[in-house]
Design a protein around this ligand. Structure first.
Ligand code: HEM
Length: 358
């Protein structure tokens, strides 16, 4: 969070510089507001066409997410000509296709919160490397990098560029069973609470009325497993564990536990059950946004602002503010996929970077 907030605060400042040059008569407030608008749209676009296809790495999904933003007409033509169809989101994408709330006021749904409980992505340790040459610097428990301690690496001489390079080559945890980071099972938060987040993730869903796994899938018109073995795709050991925990009653399996137990579609970073919620929410939040589905035009964004959104990628943002990353990222198609590891970093044999032991 610290890193992304800083990165996009720098992007905001770059936008302010651009607007000040293009519109010298604007007040500070005008510059600030327009930069914030463009920055928000840029983040929405990066999330749609870069982050989502990286965690759900499947050609059909990539096609779908690109169509959400660019339409079937595609990126090249849309960049060149703008919207070809006035209102069809299928032909020309959701931006500018007109707002539609489907008669229900917009909010992120409780099911979305539930499937976004991706705490297993977090590792227990982060290995830090120097960005320029790739040398390993130190390996730190994540517990020592959270809340008030988030800036600790910077205070000890690790630069922002080093942080990004390190996060680019550290691997996340898999979103699956028996993979919860230990530090979150024993989490002390600044409000003085002491939590086992593994338990909290499940208790919160139950107290908020999120349906259990089978009911959840029925509501999505998805097939429902009849046995624990069917749920786990033939992983008998896991099936036995689940059956013991849920007293043999498959209807009691929690949504999160079930979706961490089902076999994952090749390339996907999380379950198909989670994906179904994720994909409708990702499209809906664009379709409900008055500045994206609605006033997506040069009157609202300025022509420079629209151009900035459409022609900037996460890689461009990173390199703009941390030029030392250019060398590492130059061959990368997607900044959310694992980064090229420098040879010097491969001398580090910790599990954090998944380097194969020689
Ligand atoms: C160091 C990293 C993190 C820490 C310390 C942390 C801690 C927490 C805490 C304390 C809560 C509130 C628990 C409660 O309801 O009592 C929470 C909720 C949640 N976290 Fe995390 N988390 C971290 C990273 C993440 C990540 C990476 C994701 C997803 C990619 C995530 C997704 C969520 C979601 C969806 C909720 C529920 C929010 C809600 O109830 O509205 N968290 N987390």
């Amino acid at each position: 969070m610290e890193m992304l907030h800083t990165l996009f605060a720098l992007e905001h400042n770059a936008l302010c510089d651009m607007f000040q040059k293009a519109y010298p008569k604007w007040t500070g407030d005008q510059i600030f507001d327009k930069a914030r608008l463009v920055n928000s749209a840029l983040m929405a676009k990066i999330h749609t066409v870069e982050w989502t296809p990286a965690i759900l790495a499947h050609p059909i999904l990539e096609l779908g997410m690109n169509a959400n933003w660019w339409g079937l007409v595609g990126e090249k033509l849309t960049k060149m000509l703008g919207r070809i169809s006035k209102s069809s989101e299928i032909i020309s994408g959701i931006p500018g296709s007109g707002v539609d709330h489907d008669d229900i006021p917009f909010s992120l749904t409780e099911e979305f919160v539930s499937v976004y409980r991706m705490h297993s992505l977090l590792p227990d340790n982060i290995a830090f490397f120097e960005a320029k040459h790739g040398k390993h610097q130190t390996t730190t428990p994540l517990a020592d990098l959270t809340f008030q301690k988030a800036q600790k690496p910077l205070e000890s001489g690790i630069s922002f560029g080093d942080l990004f390079y390190s996060f680019g080559i550290n691997y996340p945890g898999a979103i699956t069973n028996n993979n919860y980071p230990n530090f979150l099972r024993d989490l002390h938060t600044p409000d003085g609470l002491h939590r086992d987040m593994g338990t909290v993730d499940i208790v919160r869903d139950r107290e908020r009325g999120v349906p259990r796994y089978c009911a959840f899938r029925r509501m999505l018109r998805m097939s429902v497993p009849e046995t624990f073995e069917e749920l786990t795709g033939g992983n008998n050991e896991l099936a036995e564990q689940l059956s013991e925990v849920y007293n043999g009653d498959i209807e009691l399996v929690d949504a999160l536990v079930g979706s961490h137990s089902e076999p994952v579609i090749p390339g996907f970073g999380f379950s198909e059950t989670a994906f179904r919620i994720f994909i409708v929410m990702a499209s809906r939040r664009l379709k409900s946004d008055r500045f994206i589905a609605g006033q997506w035009n040069a009157d609202m964004y300025t022509k420079e602002g629209l151009h900035w959104v459409q022609h900037t990628t996460m890689k461009n943002v990173l390199i703009r503010h941390f030029p030392e990353l250019e060398d590492t990222l130059k061959n990368s198609k997607n900044a959310f996929a694992p980064w090229t590891t420098k040879p010097e970093s491969k001398n580090y044999q910790g599990i954090e970077t998944n380097v194969k032991k020689i």
